[in-house]
Write a protein that binds this ligand. Structure first.
Ligand code: SF4
Length: 414
């Protein structure tokens, strides 16, 4: 259960936030897992074994480009050296998919087990995440879709898919509309555990990077910016190792301002999404208590510091909660907030996905459409997100329902 005021315990910088005993435990576990090490760190491991330096490159390519699952799969390395690594306690160390839930819409939700037995959830959405219903795709995607369709048969190629990735076991941020929040925070994921979720899902779907177009959204369990260093290490592994371009990645934050300012200085970084969910500080404090720490004005001023790539836009996510933040006056107020000179942006409207144990209600479709219309009247690009995997509790804000009772779900697990 979350503590009475989890927000009060959030500090910056994050070093020392976790207890020493927890850090020591996971450092020890991480020693055995090769997946998660950077190229430099692998080179140090190889150097200690007395093997030639090029073995580090072979190991790096096997772990991240070939996405091997066991040391025996690394046939570029001599068997004697693989045995030596095993005897020294090393393994590839990818997390594994413990359970899969299949939605009628093709979405799959995975319960992914980590080395210490903790679990997180990861979601595969074929055809994208439906994030921009209305104009459909990001700039440039249409051309690539046509090219892929011409060159590949649909049976053999996922021409487009999005993977939703978790960054923590649970979450401390306590957004009132989110089921993950009800778990509180158990621990941060390591870089290997974050990138490892992607690797196991890519392997399950036999994805070929370079042929298939994969988008990543860091919108699963946890606040990525409260696990900032591990999260950014994972991004570098995914970009430099696995080969997914960072403009195909989007990280969503509840608004951890010091981390946004640090993110603004990163040479390699995903696109930014802000989970806003309210048109003013009063409502945002109610639904997202993090606002007491960094209010909307401070948050928007930090967002303006992030340099954008050509054609990039910052996404503002807005969960529509019936009777709370979904009125015409709220839409007008939000339009005013979004009039930020020089900042290309869009608003993704997410109709709240229901569940037991909460008093929020889902707005009627016409209310969501009117809200969108009001924003568009003010020239704010606004899209209603199509929920994915509702029947398996894979939609926004629903993760970590697996271990909570799933009553009456149409999901099938394997
Ligand atoms: S919405 Fe995101 S940041 Fe907020 S409690 Fe849920 S997982 Fe944490």
């Amino acid at each position: 259960m979350p503590s009475a005021d989890p927000i009060a315990s959030i500090s910056w910088p994050l070093d020392g936030q976790n207890s020493m005993s927890q850090n020591a435990l996971f450092q020890e576990m991480a020693l055995t897992a090769l997946f998660g090490h950077s190229q430099e760190s692998l080179a140090q491991i190889i150097e200690k074994t007395g093997q030639p330096a090029y073995r580090a490159t072979q190991l790096w390519e096997a772990l991240y480009q070939q996405r091997v699952e066991t040391l025996d799969d690394i046939t570029a390395l001599p068997k004697s050296f693989r045995d030596e690594l095993k005897q020294a306690g090393y393994a590839v160390g990818l997390p594994h998919i413990q359970q899969t839930f299949h939605s009628v819409d093709g979405t799959e939700r995975y319960l992914i087990q980590l080395a210490d037995g903790q679990t997180v959830e990861t979601v595969w959405m074929p055809g994208g995440d439906g994030g921009e219903l209305g104009d459909g795709t990001e700039a440039g995607d249409e051309e690539e879709d046509e090219e892929l369709a011409a060159n590949d048969s649909i049976e053999n190629c996922y021409k487009r898919a999005t993977i939703c990735v978790s960054s923590q076991v649970g979450c401390a941020v306590n957004c009132q509309f989110c089921f993950t929040a009800k778990l509180g925070l158990t621990r941060n994921l390591t870089a290997g555990e974050i990138a490892g979720q992607v690797a196991v899902v890519l392997n399950r779907h036999r994805v070929q990077i370079g042929r298939d177009r994969i988008n990543l959204v860091f919108m699963g369990m946890g606040e990525p910016f409260l696990n900032y260093r591990n999260f950014m290490d994972a991004i570098r592994l995914l970009v430099k190792g696995i080969g997914i371009p960072e403009p195909r990645m989007t990280v969503s934050t509840s608004g951890i301002v010091p981390a946004i300012l640090e993110f603004a200085r990163e040479p390699i970084r995903p696109k930014l999404a802000i989970s806003l969910n309210a048109p003013n500080n009063r409502i945002r404090q109610e639904v997202m208590p993090i606002t007491k720490k960094w209010n909307v004005e401070i948050l928007l001023s930090a967002v303006r510091q992030v340099p954008l790539r050509p054609r990039e836009r910052v996404t503002f996510e807005y969960v529509l909660l019936g009777g709370v933040n979904d009125g015409r006056a709220h839409a007008s107020q939000l339009a005013g907030l979004m009039a930020i000179p020089g900042l290309p942006l869009k608003v993704n409207l997410i109709v709240w996905n229901p569940g037991p144990g909460t008093e929020y209600r889902t707005p009627e479709p016409h209310v969501a459409r009117a809200f969108q219309q009001r924003l568009r009247e003010s020239c704010v690009p606004a899209y209603i997100r199509r929920p994915r995997g509702l029947d398996i509790y894979a939609a926004c804000g629903q993760l970590k329902r697996t271990l909570v009772q799933i009553d009456g779900a149409a999901a099938s697990a394997s």
